[in-house]
Structures are given as C-alpha cells and as structure tokens.
Design a protein around this ligand. Structure first.
Ligand code: AR6
Length: 170
C-alpha cells in the first residue's frame, strides 16, 4: 500500500474516494464538511438525506458512502469522529473505528485510492498528535491485508502536516 501525506484541500484530490469528517446528522456543517458540500453541490446533500431517510443518523465511529456530485472523486465516505472529551469517553476507539470503517467501505466499493482529512482535529478538538498516531496505525494495519489501496492524508494545517510527515518517515 502506498501512504502519502500532502498539505492542501481535500476537495481538490484526484482519488476514488474522499472522506468527510461529518456529524451524525449527515446534513453538512462547518470545517471540511462545509467545504466538501460546497464543492460537491446540492446532489451530495440530497444523497445524504436519502441515507438519513433510510437509516437515520450516522453514529460516531460509523461511516456511509455517497456519490460525490461535482467533485472529481467518485465517492464521498462520510464518517463521524468523536468529540474530544478529555479522553475518558472512548474517543480513541471511536476515532479508530471511523478510520477503519471508512477504509472498509472504500474496499467494499472497489476503490483503489482514498484521501482522509484529519478527522476530529478541528471543531471536535481531538489532540492532533494522538489523532495522527491513531490514523497512521490504523492505515498501516489495514495495509497488511489490502496492499493495493493507495491512502493519502490531506493535511490542511501546518501542525498536522508536520506530525504526519514525522510519523511516516519510517
Ligand atoms: N481540506 C482538508 N482538510 C480540511 C479542510 C479542507 N478543505 N477544511 C478543514 N480541514 P473539522 P472535526 C481540516 O472541524 O473536528 C463540522 O461542522 C481542519 O483543519 O472540519 O471532525 C462537521 O459537520 C482539521 O484538521 O472536523 C462536524 O459537526 C480537519 O479538517 C464537525 O465539524 C477536521 O476539522 C466535525 O469536526
């Protein structure tokens, strides 16, 4: 598996699937969620509403997949990371689940490449160093059984970019 780190905007990535750091409503929000919905257009919100009508909200740590509207990606995988609550509310496991379930959905939909934002490290305040270590570990573990999937971490801020570069030098 190839694992890359880039600094930039996830809406611009040329990959099969981009991951959205959504909330359980699946109906959009600020941060990367807002950027993805703006770039994808109304068809994305419509697809999210259809999922909500079918299954209700998306629980923390779970993921759903939709079309990607005007984006160059084929799919958007919407996952809900945990809100940081001091580390005592199972946040680390929930963040692992968000990455793991997103990777599995990509494979289930025959994707060969996927781009992740730094889930939970913005509005949800998960400590960036802990979140980066979890993300890299889950992706490396997944790589052992899915060697042909390309994974790209798309860092929007310098601090995350530096953290991921340090974690991926070896
Ligand atoms: N491309 C890549 N990364 C981005 C972009 C972008 N265009 N914009 C922001 N980021 P956040 P969360 C980074 O707050 O913490 C929303 O309202 C940002 O710098 O988007 O999981 C949802 O609806 C940060 O490192 O997501 C939820 O309610 C990372 O994306 C809530 O925020 C995640 O920050 C989810 O909070």
């Amino acid at each position: 598996m190839s694992i890359q780190v880039v600094k930039g905007d996830i809406t611009k990535q040329q990959v099969d699937a981009i991951v959205n750091a959504a909330n359980s409503s699946l109906l959009g929000g600020g941060g990367v969620d807002g950027a993805i919905h703006r770039a994808a257009g109304a068809a994305l919100l419509e697809a999210c509403r259809a999922i909500r009508n079918k299954q209700g909200s998306c629980k923390t740590g779970e993921a759903v997949i939709t079309i990607a509207g005007n984006l160059s990606a084929k799919f958007v995988i919407h996952t809900v990371g945990p809100v940081w609550n001091g580390g005592k509310s199972n946040e680390e496991t929930l963040l692992k689940n968000a990455y793991q379930n997103s990777l599995q959905l990509a494979i289930d939909n025959n994707c060969t490449s996927i781009a992740f934002p730094n889930i939970s490290t913005g509005i949800y305040h998960f400590p960036k160093d802990k979140a980066a270590a979890i993300a890299v570990q889950i992706v490396k573990d997944f790589a052992a059984t899915h060697p042909s999937l390309e994974v790209r971490f798309v860092c929007y801020d310098e601090e995350n970019y530096t953290l991921y570069q340090q974690l991926l030098v070896n």
